[in-house]
Design a protein around this ligand. Structure first.
Ligand SMILES: [Zn+2]
Length: 344
């Protein structure tokens, strides 16, 4: 499955102007070609006839885009000529790519983008989000992008392809607690590596009101929600002492209440923001292989997971979060319809 991630771009004034002309140029050309193709009796195949695919790369690509739009409209027996009025442009691997191994102090992503000036390319900076970074760890970045102008700002949509099984139920974000982290999400983002230490340091301290750890957990809950807008969450329904598997009891020895606090905090935010937090059966979530389903205590060794049956390896806490999301049936009526993973 392919997920979309949106990166905000930070062009300076001059570059923003050039992006603007690029988007306008694209829109005009797509619309112009739509008018031409709409008059055709037959619109078949992936590409327009050769005589309509001449000109520079952008013009050719715009022509293909128009061809697809008209083809779609005719296929659905649409009566009115479709229009392309979006402030967006499809960029293929020749017209845009991420510059490898290049970052500056302020920006960790730089795009190389085609421009209207011959032989000149634009270098535009952007900032990756923790969620996008995690996605790049587990998925594969597609070689096409979509540049979008929205309320005067520019965004780049990036597409990441994930292997089907490893993402659990992709309609819902699973949240588990880690050995060294307060929380791990099913898309592989780790939160609150400082909580363990904070817990140790403030253990015997008397306090009034909200403890430092609880405050930090509340902040983490907010971070998780901010990173996953328009998403529902799944957490474990914590069982009473003794009913849990031993491995889990061990790793939760001190963090059980913290996970519970975090889950409750997520629910609180959910009430305000309108998402659901679904509690699932925690049995064997830390010992189950998300690929083949094989359950064994031996699959797990501290922070690493290796399936004794199929050989799948992963970070044990991430695996737990994937399994938690997988416990929610895909047709759970409480789940929102699938949303794009939109970071706008
Ligand atoms: Zn397996």
């Amino acid at each position: 499955m392919i997920k979309t991630y949106t990166i905000k771009l930070y062009p300076n004034k001059n570059k923003a102007k050039k992006l603007n002309s690029l988007v306008s140029f694209w829109r005009d050309h797509v619309d112009h070609k739509i008018k031409i193709f709409w008059e055709f009796d037959e619109v078949k195949g992936s590409y327009p006839p050769k005589e309509h695919s001449t000109g520079g790369r952008l013009i050719r690509d715009a022509s293909v885009k128009a061809w697809q739009i008209v083809k779609g409209a005719k296929a659905t027996k649409q009566e009115d000529k479709p229009a392309f009025d979006g402030f967006e442009i499809d960029l293929n691997q020749f017209s845009a790519y991420i510059i490898e191994d290049f970052e500056t102090t302020e920006f960790d992503t730089w795009f190389n983008i085609i421009s209207l000036e011959k032989h000149k390319r634009l270098k535009i900076s952007g900032k990756k989000t923790p969620v996008f970074n995690a996605a790049l760890e587990t998925g594969m970045l597609k070689k096409s992008f979509k540049l979008i102008r929205k309320n005067g700002d520019y965004y780049m949509e990036c597409f990441v392809e994930f292997p089907e099984v490893e993402s659990g139920n992709t309609n819902v974000i699973g949240v588990d607690v880690g050995i060294n982290h307060a929380a791990v999400t099913s898309d592989g983002v780790f939160y609150g590596s400082d909580v363990r230490d904070l817990q140790k340091r403030t253990k015997h301290r008397a306090y009034k009101g909200l403890s430092a750890v609880k405050q930090r957990l509340n902040a983490i809950a907010k971070e998780i929600v901010d990173d996953h807008p328009k998403q529902d969450f799944a957490v474990e329904q914590l069982l009473f002492k003794g009913k849990d598997s031993r491995t889990k009891a061990f790793r939760r020895k001190h963090n059980r209440w913290a996970y519970n606090h975090l889950s409750k905090q997520l629910e609180q935010i959910g009430i305000v923001k309108g998402f659901d937090v679904i509690r699932v059966n925690p049995k064997y979530t830390s010992q189950t292989c998300p690929v083949c389903g094989f359950i064994s205590r031996g699959n797990r060794n501290y922070e690493s997971f290796k399936c004794l049956e199929c050989g799948f390896t992963g970070h044990a806490d991430h695996v737990g979060a994937i399994n938690i999301s997988g416990r929610v049936p895909k047709d759970n009526p409480y789940l929102k319809p699938t949303e794009r993973n939109d970071l706008l």
